[in-house]
Design a protein around this ligand. Structure first.
Ligand code: HEC
Ligand code: HEC
Length: 307
């Protein structure tokens, strides 16, 4: 019964001619074999079975092709929202190779294998990591062992993407989202974004995203200068001791919500705390304490003078 259903589906999918053709060839084969009646009868019995088998195979192939088309189509529809940059050409990879040889090879090696005491391997770091490191000016590192801090980038956006394309072509890895990818949710996601930010980011970057010192001389920088794409790639690759937030840990939807929230923090005039230059709660407390003490001293002197 399901065979019949599939046959109908075949017809709809335009596979019917193929089935008829090959089945016809099959029958013709059976006819030739049928010179002897005994053989003919065996052929007569096997042919329909073979036809049914073939039909089933063609049908499952059709179903598979259909399913792949649907999945592929669905993916293509969803991909542009968070997918990788697919505008990369082989010229980009070649241009990236040149840039890499000029600026990165001494520390990361001719085959991205890394250089002992200079830089780690870049195999598998992907274009997302290259985008994060180079667009925030952390790479190329100026000197060995210096704290990699945000600086003015040395390369144009296009060159950064070319560098990324080269590294990507060598070992895969997380990819930088396309320039037109939708990386920021609308204001309706601010609540969710705030919740996720407090859970996943605030412990290091502060409740208002102003950044904070971590242990061992590390710094979680403020998030006010990071672009959407930098926020996205930072989450994907987890630089230094920042955790990696893969798309399993934080779905693309959740990443978009977090970015919406961070963007909101940037633009909000007063994201919390007293407006004292965002020097942090301890410093703010000290300031208030000192000012309070001053007032107290003045009052004591005033009372003393009156007595
Ligand atoms: C002076 C040496 C030096 C140069 C030049 C340099 N890097 Fe690096 N790179 C490092 C070191 C050291 C690290 C690891 C420290 C860190 O992650 O902050 C690193 C880390 C990286 C990472 C992160 C790797 C990881 O495991 O997450 C990427 C990506 C990267 N570099 C890309 C580049 C690119 C692209 C260039 C050229 C434009 C470049 N680097 C030039 C020394 C260098
Ligand atoms: C365990 C601490 C930690 C947590 C949690 C953390 N980060 Fe980070 N983050 C860091 C550190 C450390 C750096 C600096 C890395 C470097 O300089 O290589 C950083 C850097 C960044 C940067 C680069 C900023 C710039 O201007 O260059 C962005 C963006 C960022 N983090 C976003 C996030 C977001 C979003 C979350 C939450 C989803 C998060 N981080 C969670 C520690 C953390």
């Amino acid at each position: 019964m399901t065979d019949e259903d599939h046959l109908d589906a075949d017809g709809d999918l335009g596979f019917a001619p193929a089935v008829v053709d090959s089945a016809g060839a099959d029958t013709a084969g059976a006819d030739t074999a049928g010179a002897d009646t005994a053989v003919a009868s065996t052929a007569g019995r096997t042919a329909p079975r073979r036809r049914a088998g073939l039909r089933r195979r063609v049908t499952s192939l059709a179903v598979l092709v259909g399913a792949l088309t649907v999945v592929g189509g669905g993916y293509a529809m969803l991909a542009p929202t968070s997918g990788a940059d697919d505008t990369v050409s082989s010229q980009d990879v070649e241009a990236g190779r040149q840039l890499y040889i000029n600026s990165c090879v001494t520390c990361h090696g001719a085959n991205l294998e890394g250089v002992a005491g200079r830089g780690p391997t870049l195999v598998g770091t992907g274009s997302a990591d290259v985008y994060f490191q180079v667009s925030t000016g952390r790479m190329p590192a100026p000197t060995q062992g210096a704290l990699e801090l945000r600086k003015v980038p040395k390369f144009t956006e296009q060159e950064i993407l070319q560098l990324g394309a080269f590294v990507q072509s060598k070992g895969g890895g997380p990819q930088v989202p396309a320039a037109d990818a939708n990386l920021r949710a609308g204001s309706e996601a601010l609540g969710e974004g705030g919740e996720l930010f407090r859970l996943n980011c605030a412990s290091c970057h502060g409740a208002t995203g102003h950044g904070a010192p971590l242990s061992a001389g590390k710094i979680a920088p403020d998030l006010y200068r990071a672009t959407d794409r930098q926020l996205w790639t930072a989450m994907l690759v987890g630089p230094e001791n920042m955790p990696v937030f893969s798309n399993n840990q934080l779905t693309p939807e959740q990443k978009r919500a977090i970015i919406a929230y961070v963007e909101n923090l940037k633009t909000t005039k007063d994201p919390g705390g007293a407006g004292l230059g965002r020097i942090g709660p301890v410093a703010e407390g000290l300031l208030i304490w000192t000012a309070g003490l001053g007032v107290l001293m003045v009052s004591i002197l005033w009372i003393g003078a009156r007595l």
